[in-house]
Design a protein around this ligand. Structure first.
Ligand code: KG4
Ligand code: ZN
Length: 342
């Protein structure tokens, strides 16, 4: 089954062609980062306008690169939640229009589940039940996976998502958006034990996460208790690399501890980690060193960590196989995650 995937949830316009859920024929991503950098984050209206301009050329490029024509496409899969409403509408309306014009079925796919599918795609044999950890700019979730599509949520963030905490800490340090890669680079030079930062503990909920207190500890260290986020730095520039390393260490060791606990409690043999933060090489080496040796830890392949449409086309294959029919043309995208809420 040949699936065309489309993702316009945030500030990446993406299209991809995938065969049978795993074989990627094309994965085209147009990043809008430069457009949004001046604003220190994503400017929703500008994101929509850019999606509108680039989406059809990107879809054409995805078909061209994959050496297929619209006739060869069996299903169109589109991210329909969660994301910026206007941005989601661009992708969903494009999918509906192509579905009508080409007379092909289309299905809506959950973007967060697709992030985990990005890790599943890189492995020939997926063993369930598995543990999944979603680490994106908007979500931090620990899930028990019965299969590619069906999960139960065992842990969630009660405040900031981990990627969001990276972005906010980077902004405090005067680093450009998106902050995650900037923090990773700066942290390589720093001492992760210099500042004893601590991630939040959520009372009575051992698998839940809290990162907003960690961000505040960085703020107080950098600018003092009364400094405010735009206040003067109290510390010399030299210290920032140690702050970045200590922040990263605190956030990642919290993720590790909760995964170690969950694999033990649920007898898990495979752990899948997806979402933008899974690009981080320090995170990858921490997990490969510290997870029990009999647990396989799997990451998205190249081009599958950050927002992309290959993960949408891949998961779309399973969604369509289960449903056996097209979604309705009156499908309405959802800015919130309707499936994974606690
Ligand atoms: O999954 P994603 O592309 O978009 C969402 O669905 O949110 O994730 C983007 C997030 C941003 O917060 C970004 O700062 C973070 O992933 N990120 C990283 C790294 N690369 C991207 N965080 C830490 N280290 C990285 N190397
Ligand atoms: Zn994403």
């Amino acid at each position: 089954m040949i699936v065309l995937g489309i993702d316009t949830t945030c500030d990446e316009s993406a299209a991809s062609v995938v065969v049978d859920g795993k074989k990627i024929l094309s994965n085209i991503i147009y990043s809008q980062i430069k457009l949004h950098q001046n604003y220190g984050g994503v400017f929703p209206e500008l994101a929509c306008r850019r999606h509108l301009e680039v989406l059809l050329p990107i879809i054409e490029e995805a078909l061209f690169t994959a050496k297929v024509t619209p006739n060869d496409i069996d299903v169109i899969a589109v991210a329909d939640q969660p994301g910026l409403m206007g941005a989601l509408l661009m992708g969903v309306n494009a999918a509906k229009s192509l579905s009508l014009a080409w007379n092909k079925p289309f299905v809506g796919v959950n973007h967060i589940k697709a992030h985990l599918y990005g890790a599943l795609m890189s492995v020939d044999t997926n063993v369930f039940p598995a543990l999944g950890l979603v680490l994106s700019g908007g979500h931090t979730a620990l899930v028990l996976m019965e299969d590619e599509e069906n999960y139960s949520l065992i842990g969630n963030t009660v405040d900031d998502a981990v990627g969001e905490a990276f972005d906010k800490v980077a902004r405090l340090m005067g680093l450009p958006y998106p902050g995650g890669p900037q923090i990773e680079i700066l942290a390589r030079e720093g001492d992760p034990r210099r500042y004893p930062f601590k991630p939040g503990v959520v009372k009575g909920q051992k698998y839940n996460f809290s990162f907003s207190g960690l961000k505040t500890q960085v703020l107080y260290t950098l600018k003092g208790q009364n400094g405010g986020s735009t206040g003067e730095d109290l510390l010399p520039f030299e210290e920032k690399k140690h702050i970045a390393a200590s922040f990263q260490e605190a956030a990642f060791s919290d993720l590790l501890t909760k995964c170690q606990l969950a694999v033990q409690e649920f007898g898990i043999k495979q752990l899948y980690i997806g979402g933008g933060v899974s690009c981080n090489q320090t995170l990858r080496s921490l997990f490969s060193q510290k997870m029990p040796a009999d647990v396989g830890v799997f990451w998205p392949g190249k081009g599958l960590s950050l927002d992309n449409a290959a993960m949408i086309a891949g998961l779309g294959f399973h969604v369509y196989k289960r449903k056996g029919s097209s979604d309705d043309l009156n499908l309405i995208p959802s800015p919130t995650n309707k499936i994974l809420s606690i």
